[in-house]
Design a protein around this ligand. Structure first.
Ligand code: TRP
Length: 491
């Protein structure tokens, strides 16, 4: 990771020339938007932890409370994921509606995405996908993963179309490594898939959004390129089942009532607030959402891991040694100045980055509690806490790398090809109302003309996937060349 290019993070920090809106708000307040994330700066000049409760109020979402968690368990028969139990997925819109549908086995799908801004993904990027994998397993529903290569082109001064197309491919590999079921998962890149039924919905969406609305929600101004202003229609239209006739069929009378559940980081909410408004006007089902907090940067709460800052993040390509060094060197500690003081007064797990990471990666609730209690009482020292964290992160990244090494070009092509998906939903309730075509394993595709249905001909799709593959290989070569020219890497 000697020289990460100046790239936009999943949703986060961007170099100045990439910022969508020059309309800077008060820098001392916390500011969470799709392009940057920063905590409030206190009078002492220090960045405070992000106040997620405040975001629930500001954005007008709902808290995931105990009653909802209990209902989740009752309806799905599964204990909520540790991210839900621990307030990491802390907020939602209409999650009850999704549970109602699951109870009746009415169709819905999962939709999430990634802006392919570079090929150095970090562990902050994979958390949503790991959670979505669990959701897919728990609920047995289709998953649509959008790769917004167009977005990452439009919002950057430097990136070329070819570059972002290459990232789509390499990022898809990282995403697939989370372990999704290819029978139930469609991954697409905007450059490859926009057209047909999807494009119809994009334009319907665009017609409902005025420049004033886009400006108010996203902060654009007269100097923003028009692609940025229009982009919300693309990210939004992916929420509609009718954008995917190869999965949900061609009958809009039926598909318009199928909603999606969007697991995403909280900063993506503005897109979907707008989408829910548009859906209403278009008479499409409104998307439901479940919002995640960020994985703190190594430097501490108030910021998030950023792909453009090597020392802020643990990358999926980091070695065990790099992980150890980064945690030991950079992870913000809630420990005391001296050993004596720590033993006497105890540490503060709430601000400790190593502990925060364990809340993401350690499954066992009792063990997590024990660690917290022992750290706060002074029994457990910072070095010891960091060692536990290092061990878990090394295991996480190591097993990720193992799975990633098995993702071949053929596997990516399979996930990204336009084809029907198979799913059953709630196993306790027969799918009586089959508004969605039940597909067989023999690969038969639903009929439909290539002109207006969103289905690319097989050959056109093949060609696009090939193009993407070439772009990814080119980028890889350029990177290797660059690395060779630099002649060494950091310790
Ligand atoms: N805009 C997101 C990003 O930059 C990518 C994205 C598109 C997304 N659709 C999504 C993320 C749905 C979460 C959910 O990363």
């Amino acid at each position: 990771m000697a020289s990460a290019p100046a790239t936009v993070d999943h949703v986060g920090h961007v170099p100045v020339d990439d910022v969508a809106s020059p309309e800077d708000t008060n820098p001392s307040k916390q500011d969470i938007n799709p392009w940057s994330v920063s905590g409030e700066v206190g009078d002492d000049g220090k960045v405070k932890a992000i106040d997620y409760t405040k975001l629930i109020d500001e954005f007008g979402t709902s808290k995931i409370d105990d009653a909802l968690l209990q209902r989740w368990e009752k309806v799905t028969g599964q204990k909520p994921h540790r991210f839900m139990r621990r307030g990491i997925f802390f907020s939602h819109r209409d999650l009850h509606m999704i549970l109602d549908r699951y109870e009746k086995n009415d169709p819905f799908f999962l939709y999430t995405g990634r802006g392919p801004s570079s090929d150095s993904m970090h562990i902050g990027h994979t958390q949503v996908f790991d959670f979505v994998k669990w959701l897919q397993e728990t609920l047995d529903v289709p998953l649509i993963v959008m790769l917004t290569d167009d977005e990452k082109y439009l919002f950057s001064e430097k990136r070329t179309v070819e570059e972002v197309m290459g990232y789509s491919r390499t990022n898809a590999m990282d995403i697939i490594a989370a372990g999704f079921d290819p029978k139930k998962t469609f991954i697409f890149s905007d450059f490859a898939y926009v057209g047909g039924a999807f494009y119809k919905n994009i334009v319907r969406f665009a017609k409902r959004v005025t420049y004033n609305t886009a400006k108010a929600i996203f902060g654009f101004d007269g100097s923003s390129n028009i692609g940025k202003i229009h982009f919300a229609s693309i990210q939004g239209a992916t929420s509609f089942a009718s954008s995917f006739p190869h999965i949900f069929g061609h009958d809009e009378k039926k598909t318009s009532s199928i909603p999606c559940l969007i697991p995403c980081a909280i900063d993506q909410d503005p897109y979907f607030r707008l989408t829910r408004d548009c859906a209403q006007g278009l008479k499409f089902a409104k998307p439901a959402l479940i919002h995640m907090r960020f994985l703190d940067a190594l430097q501490g709460p108030g910021s998030k891991m950023s792909a453009s800052d090597d020392n802020s993040a643990i990358f999926l390509s980091d070695t065990a040694k790099q992980i150890k060094n980064k945690i030991n060197k950079y992870a913000f500690s809630g420990g005391r100045e001296t050993l004596e003081e720590h033993r006497e007064k105890g540490g503060n797990a709430d601000v400790d980055v190593a502990y925060q990471y364990l809340t993401f990666f350690l499954e066992d609730d009792d063990e997590l509690k024990r660690i917290k209690d022992e750290y706060n009482s002074g029994k457990l020292l910072t070095g010891e806490l960091k060692a536990i964290c290092i061990e878990h992160l090394q295991k996480y990244v190591g097993t990720f790398q193992e799975r990633r090494s098995k993702v071949s070009d053929a596997v990516v092509d399979e996930f990204m090809s336009v084809r029907p998906l198979e799913w059953k939903g709630n196993p306790r309730v027969p799918r009586a109302d089959l508004v969605v075509p039940v597909t067989k394993t023999d690969g038969a595709t639903p009929t439909g003309d290539a002109a207006g249905t969103g289905e690319l001909s097989k050959n056109a799709m093949k060609k696009l996937l090939k193009e993407q593959q070439i772009a990814a290989k080119k980028a890889q070569k350029a990177k290797e060349k660059e690395a060779a020219a630099e002649g060494g890497s950091e310790a």
